[in-house]
Design a protein around this ligand. Structure first.
Ligand SMILES: CC(=O)SCCNC(=O)CCNC(=O)[C@H](O)C(C)(C)COP(=O)(O)OP(=O)(O)OC[C@H]1O[C@@H](n2cnc3c(N)ncnc32)[C@H](O)[C@@H]1OP(=O)(O)O
Ligand SMILES: O=C([O-])CC(=O)C(=O)O
Length: 383
């Protein structure tokens, strides 16, 4: 259909704009944020430093980082209207739906967009990055029938998020792993949620409303929602000894295996490697090993079986291991995709700010394939 009509379904391979925020090198399995590999950032950096780097386009010096961190900390408390939106949501609602509403509610008081005032837009973004984490923790606690935990300004972004989620100051090792997971999810060039954010922001809509659109896009199981689905899959497999047969059946019935496949990567997603490394370290310290073992067998069997077919380009993506890591930190699977948003909000914001320097509304063309000259038939004469 798409080839015959001369367009690219799903915009595959279409270059929609230029960016210097990040680059996905799909053939070699490499991801860079403004030129630096994610492996190096995961080893040496922090989420706050990467968020600054992404927003401002330069690595902060110590003074700049202190200022940015102070601003993030000072912004953590949610506006009352956002708290009210969260509290009004039914407990049965998916947290991504609540989060989308909550971030839209930040727009109640957000100043109108001024494309020329980049400094002001970066401050708005910093506030949203900070508040989105508070919103995710609060949504989770309200769902679990727990009192919200007020932010703690002695803690880093990652530590404070885990503290607001669990009500306990996290241990240093787990907090660092979580910080690295946030770094790894921060940006990924023109993925679907970033593209959604860009489309909305290209109309000069407010930052909060553009980010709200991105949250909607991220929620889907083909995108960020896959991390929750991977754990559903592991749970439905039941035990490691069932995993091999489960994969054989999935491949035979052409079922989609969540956490596998990617539009751009033609080899292992580099983030999956780093996440797996951290997960293995954490598993070694825990009694519960079944989820990891089940996923390990799914992973190895998929790669082995696909390598014998023409679909040898299907590899694990970032969503394959992240949930197993979060589960071992005591986090419920329904909160995994909101946690993806806790990180990616810095990428969404950076793309919008970069795009606004030279904005043009996104408005692609459509290939019309309907009839050209139909006549209106009165309702009583219709079959
Ligand atoms: C953060 C992220 O968004 S990472 C991606 C998270 N999403 C997932 O893990 C969900 C599972 N994966 C998928 O659905 C897809 O691989 C996507 C959405 C990520 C990419 O989609 P596309 O680039 O459109 O790939 P497309 O769907 O064309 O796949 C090509 C072929 O590989 C198959 N394929 C792709 N992914 C998988 C998978 N996970 N399991 C089994 N087969 C797969 C497709 O069925 C298709 O086969 P066909 O040619 O016989 O129809
Ligand atoms: O790039 C994509 O299509 C999806 C992805 O991995 C991401 O957004 O992190």
């Amino acid at each position: 259909m798409s080839e015959e009509h001369g367009f690219s379904k799903g915009l595959a391979g279409v270059v929609a704009d230029a960016t210097s925020v990040s680059q996905v090198q799909g053939e070699v399995g490499r991801l860079i944020y403004r030129g630096i590999s994610i492996e190096e950032l995961a080893e040496k950096s922090t989420y706050e430093e990467c968020a600054f780097f992404s927003l401002y386009g330069k690595m902060p010096n110590q003074n700049e980082l202190n200022k940015f961190t102070t601003e993030m900390k000072a912004s953590r408390v949610l506006p009352k209207a956002v708290e009210a939106v969260i509290s009004a949501a039914p407990r049965s609602a998916h947290p991504m739906a609540i989060l989308q509403a909550a971030i839209s509610a930040i727009g109640f008081e957000e100043h109108p967009v001024n494309l020329k005032n980049e400094e002001m837009n970066i401050h708005s973004a910093t506030k949203i990055i900070s508040q989105l984490a508070t919103a995710v923790a609060r949504i989770s606690r309200e769902r679990r029938g727990l009192e919200p935990v007020a932010p703690n300004t002695d803690l880093s972004h990652a530590e404070n998020f885990l503290y607001m989620l669990n009500g306990e100051i996290p241990n240093k090792d787990e907090a660092r792993m979580f910080d690295v997971a946030l770094i790894l999810h921060l940006d990924h060039d023109f993925n679907a949620s970033t593209f959604a954010a860009r489309v909305v922001a290209s109309t000069e809509a407010k930052l909060s409303l553009s980010i709200s659109a991105a949250i909607g896009a991220l929620s889907g199981p083909l995108h960020g929602g896959a991390n929750e689905k991977v754990l559903e899959m592991a749970d439905s497999i039941g035990a490691p000894q069932n995993a091999k047969a489960w994969v054989a059946n999935a491949l035979a019935t052409k079922a989609k295996v969540m956490g596998f496949g990617h539009r751009v990567y033609r080899t292992m997603d580099p983030r999956a490697k780093v996440l797996r490394g951290m997960l293995e370290k954490l598993v070694a310290t825990k009694k519960e090993k079944d989820t990891y073992e089940t996923l390990r067998i799914v992973h190895d069997t998929m790669i082995e079986e696909l390598s014998k077919t023409s679909k040898d380009y299907i590899w694990p993506n970032v969503d394959f291991w992240s949930g197993a890591l979060y589960r071992l930190m005591g986090i419920e699977s329904i909160d995994f995709t909101p946690i993806f948003a806790v990180s990616r909000v810095a990428g969404w914001s950076s793309h919008i700010i970069e795009m606004w320097r030279d904005n043009r509304i996104y408005r692609p063309a459509a290939k019309y394939i309907g009839p050209a000259d139909e006549k209106y038939v009165d309702i009583k004469n219709r079959k």
